[in-house]
Design a protein around this ligand. Structure first.
Ligand code: FAD
Length: 463
């Protein structure tokens, strides 16, 4: 079969919704990793159904063409970056809500729907999908494959806690359903949970059954300045133990907050004498069913942070509160604009965050780097923007930062995934027996090794 015949097969599978080398949109060729990697796939195909996805992977298998699944391309680790000469399967034509069962608190959606679209479609049901990775244009399929977390994980958990079932296409074209609209099952291996977080290396996710949560009617946001970073991070276990169940617990160091104020419309209104002493901020969001409970919870939370040495407590409501959370979502773009060389998302046990941040400061000094930070401190997930132009020194520093996190009982990535960026450090630090077992699992799902190669745990280098 010649090249034209192969291309014609692809055109017919997706009814013409495919581009070929030379005609790709640049938007389909990258994700939001800070590392630019120009790649030229043979084709970017946009299937409209699971049956078309199955036909596409059969085509790829026949012609031995690597496949890269792609949601919205907002990932931060290079997971959706194409392979030269490969096939990109982009899910943005599969974004329907198939059904919402309000009684069961379940929604069944196609993988390409974005978080923003999903929550818009749930308006008026009294329910929402509470997982809140900062980038609402990300797709549910991408969220599933990175096990996305975000700001609300401290109360609601991460993506894997809200996925009840999947429809997936395996590399031989088999279409399978795992799990279902039930909250428990003790029937065979839990393949749903195995595929979640697999970064598009085990199967193509076409449909997701999600658990929804009731919307809380009352909310308030506390902005709490502290004079040192250790106090901010040390108060977190106390707030969690209090049972107040904050839905957001974020920290920002003063430099990160100052850059947000400069780069956005954000006006915090912090008293200048307090500002002079501030080294870092804690953001606490409380959500309740009644106004009275909100008032009581605010008083209790203010007492706890004051006892822990807060310089002041500001309670923001309505637009001011929304503005602060939206500004927090922009930290990645501000760091990128400021020329950050790396953005990391190491996770450690939440009680170890103060120690970890002290080790980060020491390592940054040792390697002549500048590291600014913020993060989902309620779940021990520290986001660091690393500035060190010398690549060799930077890579040494990164490995030591990852090692420090792992030695404290944590992991290299809490939510962004390994992708291309963190594959090397993961393989350098992980137990070889664990890597070997995972590679055997990968081989069962994808014996030809064509699905999303050269990243995650792949032993092969390639482009
Ligand atoms: C400003 C900004 C803020 C962010 N904040 C957060 C945050 O707070 N928390 C967080 O967790 N993440 C965050 N992210 C990262 C990103 O939004 C998430 O990783 C998201 O889950 C990616 O979704 P996507 O659809 O863009 O996936 P993509 O980038 O397209 O793909 C991500 C991975 O999933 C695979 N994949 C995608 N769709 C499928 C599918 N249907 N089947 C099989 N594999 C698939 C890809 O191959 C790739 O490996 C942020 C990103 C940005 C730009």
């Amino acid at each position: 079969m010649n090249d034209t015949e192969r291309r014609n097969e692809l055109i017919s599978i997706v009814s013409g919704d495919v581009t070929f080398e030379g005609a790709h949109s640049p938007e389909d060729l990258h994700d939001e990793s800070l590392h630019v990697r120009p790649r030229t796939p043979l084709a970017v195909a946009r299937p409209h159904s699971s049956a078309e996805v199955a036909e596409l992977v059969r085509w790829a298998g026949r012609h031995q063409i690597p496949v890269t699944p792609r949601g919205s391309g907002t990932g931060l680790s290079g997971g959706a970056v194409p392979v030269n000469g490969g096939l990109v399967i982009c899910f943005d034509r599969m974004r329907d809500v198939i059904r919402v069962d309000a009684g069961d608190h379940v929604a069944v959606v196609q993988a390409g729907i974005t978080l923003r679209e999903l929550n818009e479609q749930l308006l008026g049901t009294g329910l929402h999908y509470p997982v809140y990775p900062g980038e609402l244009s990300g797709s549910i399929g991408g969220n599933v494959n990175t096990n996305a977390g975000g700001m609300r994980a401290v109360r609601h958990g991460v993506t894997r806690h809200h996925v009840l079932g999947l429809e997936v296409v395996l590399m031989d074209g088999t279409v399978l359903k795992t799990g279902g609209p039930v909250v428990k099952s003790s029937s065979g291996y839990d393949l749903t949970q195995l595929i979640i977080g697999s970064e598009g290396t085990l199967a193509l996710v076409t449909e997701v059954t999600l658990k929804l949560s009731p919307v809380m009617s009352f909310a308030a946001t506390m902005l709490v300045p502290f004079s040192d970073l250790r106090s901010v991070t040390s108060v977190v276990p106390t707030l969690i133990a209090s049972g107040l169940a904050p839905s957001i617990l974020e920290y920002l160091d003063v430099l990160t907050m100052a850059s947000l104020e400069r780069g956005t419309e954000l006006k915090l209104g912090v008293d200048p004498t307090i500002l002079e002493q501030t080294a870092a901020y804690l953001i606490v969001v409380l959500e309740t069913r009644t106004a009275e409970q909100l008032e009581n919870d605010l008083v209790a939370a203010a007492g706890l942070v004051s006892d822990a040495g807060a310089l002041d407590v500001y309670v923001l409501e309505g637009a001011a509160a929304t503005q602060l959370i939206e500004a927090r979502e922009r930290v990645f773009w501000m760091a990128k604009a400021a020329g950050a060389h790396e953005i990391l998302d190491v996770v450690v046990p939440r009680s170890a965050v103060p120690t970890f941040l002290e080790q980060v400061a020491d390592l940054a000094t040792h390697y002549g780097a500048f590291v600014a930070g913020c993060g989902h401190v309620g779940d021990g997930n520290v986001h660091m923007s690393v500035f060190q132009p010398d690549e060799v020194r930077r890579n040494e520093l990164l490995l030591e930062l990852f090692r420090a996190g792992v030695n404290l009982g944590g992991a290299i990535s809490g939510e962004h995934g390994l992708g291309l960026d963190k594959r090397g450090p993961y393989l350098a630090l992980a137990d070889p027996a664990l890597v070997e077992l995972q590679r055997k699992i990968k081989h069962v799902f994808d014996p030809s090794g064509l699905l999303n190669p050269f990243r995650h745990l792949d032993e092969r280098d390639g482009d």
